[in-house]
Design a protein around this ligand. Structure first.
Ligand SMILES: CC(C)(COP(=O)(O)OP(=O)(O)OC[C@H]1O[C@@H](n2cnc3c(N)ncnc32)[C@H](O)[C@@H]1OP(=O)(O)O)[C@@H](O)C(=O)NCCC(=O)NCCS
Length: 403
């Protein structure tokens, strides 16, 4: 990627007499490197994204959930014994969400399911608090519980609130297959389960993205892993981060409805639809990225599965035409959320579950960032540049509010 596509951001040095030099970094921390990580890295040139040395496309196409989760959390791809043990423990904990959690989920109001995940993570933290410690083995143990149980909580809470019932995990079933079954409350085909699993792998980690960084900030205070994951879920929920996949699908459905009214195929109408949105200065969700300025490599893997699922060719044309108009008008590439929006729609998943599914994959990365941070910790606490008034003196209300 050529350098001129990067915005010019400036760091300034500021001398504070007696204290030394302070660095003033760009708003949004763009192009700021606050620490190192060996978990995953998005090349700043946007050329490749690595999970522990492997490209994300390679793993998205070839690795299953357990292999990718083991790689991200432990640092290497597992051999047979390690794989079996890891799988056994993820499957064990998936089936052992405490009954108290299910009881609590039954009382939750119908709201966005990202709230359920944050609530569930905190509840797990309370129930497992007696076993909590910062010892390395204990950290791995809690990590597996979160990887296994957070997705179940999302699926159960959503179906309870929206449909009044839920499906329990199936003992011995494959993690991704079982999650998709719990979410949709029907048995998925092997292709559907693999497409879903691949999206979980693609979502597992992504450098110092906003939610992983949030998790690291919380971890740096030595708060527990469950609390840090609840904070990560809160950060992911926003439409500028994980919430974009839901917004992208709402946009496609709105465009589709209007295309039908006009009697035009969606793949043609999407161009006019996006142009009109841009003319109104609206953001098009699923486009743009802080790091990828040319292409998000994850989209090719998702496209491979979209093609094989219901109406795949039509959806790929819609995506290509949307990408063409966005590139011509704004020089912005699509991102993974545009593609998973379509993929989850093809899998028959309700839109409010799209961002929770992102979290079901990302919990692997979050917990790994938590561990990496606490094992080599320093409190993350930047310094602000105060620009408010100075020298004011407190006055009682009757004096300060006198007109
Ligand atoms: C991801 C995102 C927050 C990155 O933002 P960023 O690096 O801070 O970039 P900025 O918000 O500063 O945007 C830079 C310019 O591109 C425009 N832009 C960025 N994303 C845009 C989008 N999706 N649609 C329309 N315009 C967009 C901004 O309006 C801005 O234009 P301006 O300079 O004329 O004001 C941003 O691209 C976005 O909001 N995308 C939509 C949400 C999304 O898909 N999120 C998932 C990311 S994986």
């Amino acid at each position: 990627m050529s350098g001129e596509l990067l915005k010019r951001v400036e760091c300034k040095l500021e001398e504070i007499p007696g204290l030394g030099t302070f660095i003033v970094v760009p708003k949004g921390l763009e192009q700021v490197i606050p620490d190192t990580t060996a978990i995953s890295g998005v090349d700043p040139r946007g050329e490749q994204t690595l999970y522990r040395g492997y490209t994300i496309e390679d793993l998205g196409m070839n690795a299953n959930f357990y292999e990718a989760a083991y790689l991200i959390s432990r640092g290497v791809l597992p051999c047979e014994d390690e794989y079996k043990e890891f799988k056994k423990r993820v499957d064990y904990w998936r089936g052992r969400v405490p009954e108290k959690v299910y009881d609590a989920l039954k009382m939750l109001p119908k709201t966005h399911p990202m709230y359920y995940g944050a609530y569930g993570a905190l509840l797990l933290g309370q129930l497992y608090a007696p076993e909590w410690s910062l010892d390395k083995d204990s950290l791995y143990e809690h990590q597996i519980r979160l990887i296994a149980q957070l997705p179940v909580i999302f699926a159960a809470a959503y179906n309870l609130a929206y449909y009044g019932t839920f499906v329990r995990p199936e003992s011995g079933a494959d993690h991704a297959w079982d999650l998709l079954r719990m979410i949709t409350m029907r048995e998925p085909s092997a292709l559907e389960a693999r497409a879903f699993e691949s999206s979980l792998v693609l979502y597992m980690d992504h450098g110092f993205n906003a939610s992983a960084f949030t998790v690291r900030v919380v971890a740096s205070t030595l708060s527990d892993m469950y609390s840090a994951i609840a904070a990560g879920i809160a950060a992911l929920k926003g439409p500028l981060h994980g919430g974009a996949n839901e917004e992208a699908m709402k946009m496609f459905l709105d465009a589709w409805r209007k295309a039908v009214e006009k009697g035009v195929p969606l793949e043609e109408y999407i161009v006019e639809y996006i142009k009109e949105k841009l003319a109104r200065k609206e953001r098009i969700m699923g486009f743009g990225h802080r790091v990828y300025k040319i292409k998000d490599p994850r989209t090719d893997v998702a496209a491979y599965y979209i093609k094989q699922l219901k109406d795949g060719d039509m959806w790929l044309k819609v995506l290509k035409n949307a990408e063409k108009v966005m590139w011509e008008s704004k020089r912005l590439p699509s991102n993974i959320d545009l593609y998973t929006a379509i993929l989850y729609y093809q899998l028959g998943i309700d839109i409010p579950m799209y961002t929770p599914i992102f979290a079901m994959g990302r919990v692997v990365g979050w917990t790994s960032h938590y561990i990496e941070q606490v094992l080599d910790n320093r409190l993350i606490r930047p310094t602000e540049k105060y620009v408010g008034p100075v020298g004011l003196k407190y006055q009682p209300m009757e004096v300060r509010c006198r007109r």
